[in-house]
Design a protein around this ligand. Sequence first.
Ligand code: NDP
Length: 251
Amino acid sequence: MTYSLYQTIIYCWMAIGLATFILLLKVTAPYGRHTKTSWGPLISNRLGWMIMELPVMIVLMCFVLTNIENQNAVTWFLIAAFMFHYINRTFIFPFRIRTSGKKMPLVIVGSAVFFNLVNGFSLGYYFGHFAHYDLDWFVDLKFISGLIIFISGIIINWNADNKLIALRKPNETRYVIPQGWLFSYISCPNLFGEIIEWFGFALMCWNLPALSFFIWTCANLIPRALSHHKWYKEKFADYPQNRKAVIPYLI
Ligand code: NDP
């Protein structure tokens, strides 16, 4: 495939991301606290998370491992950073959440699998065929600042997920109002952290598929945070009024 065809595909994928953003502002994806039985067959949350997240790693690695000659220390570093996030999300996070008996619609799992297949293709194909980084990229300001932002995002995302998971005892499924730390400012520090993380990754990679991945992350997570925020305000009469949804002081 030529780079110009690849570029056209990624631009179309970004446009679909923007359309999805608008759709998700109107329709809340029914998983987690928003899960519904009216969206067809359901599967366990734990299994759902694993099935949803695994494809991106497989597809990306297929393209990379079949084009090893195109890799150098920089591309391996960027790929490792991506895999680091997804190993947690696929194999660790699903076993840490206190989600006993909770389910999600299969259609959500299917759409997330599709999303992850395309992202695995877009990043994997780029690293497999088009990526050319010199080793001095490691000292480029974009790489260094992106790495710092990426690590900060991971720390915020993991810390927030840990705090949310700790709100329940094993086998509990109730919800309480999270308090303290970034929760004093926003309802969803975990989603905020993930947005920061992929912004940092896009900066560190400085390529089209990483930008597209960041756009898609925002398209998924900003509407989800707005839905979580609305849900908190409806469920808890004493929910702190000054909290925003996902960006402190703004949204
Ligand atoms: P949530 O904040 O809804 O849930 C995280 C975990 O904490 C769930 O197990 C949830 O239980 C539990 N929980 C959340 N709030 C409370 C509360 N107030 N009281 C008790 N327990 C609570 O996160 P999401 O499901 O939206 O996302 C999970 C992770 O996946 C996040 O880190 C997010 O960034 C990431 N993600 C990434 C996406 C992407 O496009 N890159 C898309 C979606 C998610 P329950 O499930 O029962 O509600």
